[in-house]
Design a protein around this ligand. Structure first.
Ligand SMILES: NC(=O)c1ccc[n+]([C@@H]2O[C@H](COP(=O)([O-])OP(=O)(O)OC[C@H]3O[C@@H](n4cnc5c(N)ncnc54)[C@H](OP(=O)(O)O)[C@@H]3O)[C@@H](O)[C@H]2O)c1
Length: 297
């Protein structure tokens, strides 16, 4: 990255885990002046060896710069830091770029706390690995007041050149990032579960891997088709009904049971299909499962 791009920026980073360190390194590489604080000092020292300025306390980090990126395990870690260091009067005039993964309640309460103490808040979800920051594959979902996001834009661009502005509803990055994680998480858990079944049945993993690639090739198009079908309310037309999928999943459960693998994942899937059947959705497309998952359903 061109070191001149971030020359005008000075930023504090609180939390130097895998992601916080990645953020600090990316900002340093862009030419920013970066002040850092972390609970464990070794990670501060490592960043200092790369050009960062050490802060001895979170208060020092907040006072060092107008813009402060916070990236910790969760909001309770941040609340613990606030409480232990009596951080209430230091947010006046500061802009917190909160990139810690939160829940709807913690994100809203935190935004109210910062704004109630004279600060500005942009809340976000990082949707990439640390190694992707500062590259075209860097991905950040952000929300906050329009003027705050505008003010943060030069910093956010250094982390993710095409960061996404989700508007002023502070809950949106949390909601969208978690909704996307259902897909990624279930798919990856499914693969691990599939490996267990294949291994228990004596299928070599290289054979499993080769066929995973073939079967998985339909997934990107199928995801889009499902989203469009839900959007358009088109759940009647189908290549494979909920009943067909449900029978297939019953067969998986039976095979898993025969092979003695743990059934906890299949039991969750079974509940979804049983619920769909109870609602009379058996003949519809898989997209009709949206009715099972809808609020209040
Ligand atoms: N890593 C990724 O690929 C990735 C991707 C997307 C989003 N994220 C999000 O980024 C955030 C940070 O993730 P990470 O991967 O950097 O996690 P991590 O490597 O486990 O680092 C956690 C950070 O939180 C600090 N921390 C934890 N509990 C604390 C406490 N009670 N008091 C003070 N500091 C505390 C740790 O300090 P110590 O060093 O002292 O333990 C460390 O700085 C998370 O919300 C995560 O969901 C990460």
């Amino acid at each position: 990255m061109n070191k001149d791009i971030g020359k005008q920026q000075s930023v504090s980073v609180i939390g130097l885990g895998a992601m916080g360190s990645g953020i600090a390194r990316t900002l340093l590489a862009a030419g920013c002046e970066v002040s850092v604080w972390n609970r464990s000092r070794a990670k501060v020292d490592e960043l200092v060896s790369q050009g960062a300025i050490a802060c001895d306390s979170p208060l020092d980090a907040i006072q060092a710069n107008t813009h402060v990126v916070v990236c910790l395990t969760d909001y309770s870690a941040w609340q613990g830091i606030i409480d232990a260091n009596d951080l209430t009067d230091c947010f006046d005039g500061r802009c917190i770029i909160q990139l810690t993964t939160g829940t709807i309640d913690t994100v809203q309460a935190h935004a109210a706390f910062i704004e109630g103490h004279g600060g500005r808040i942009a809340d976000g979800a990082v949707m990439c690995y640390p190694r992707d920051l500062g590259t075209e594959t860097g991905s950040l979902l952000m929300a906050g007041p329009a003027d705050v996001l505008k003010e943060c834009d030069p910093i956010l661009r250094l982390l993710a050149p095409t960061w996404t502005n989700l508007g002023d509803d502070i809950r949106k990055p949390t909601i969208l990032s978690r909704a996307l994680m259902v897909d990624v998480g279930m798919s990856l858990i499914g693969i691990v579960n599939g490996v267990a079944i294949a291994q228990a049945g004596g299928i070599p993993l290289d054979v499993f891997m080769q066929h995973t690639e073939n079967v998985g090739a339909i997934i990107p198009d199928e995801k889009i088709r499902l989203i469009e079908a839900i959007r358009d309310g088109n759940t009647e037309e189908t290549q494979a009904s909920i009943n067909a999928w449900g029978e297939g999943q019953k067969a998986v459960r039976s095979i898993a049971q025969s092979l003695g693998t743990n059934l906890v994942f299949q039991d969750a899937v079974k509940m979804v299909f049983e619920e769909a059947e109870r609602r009379g959705l058996a003949k519809k497309d898989l997209a009709a499962l949206a009715e099972v998952f809808a609020p209040g359903s």
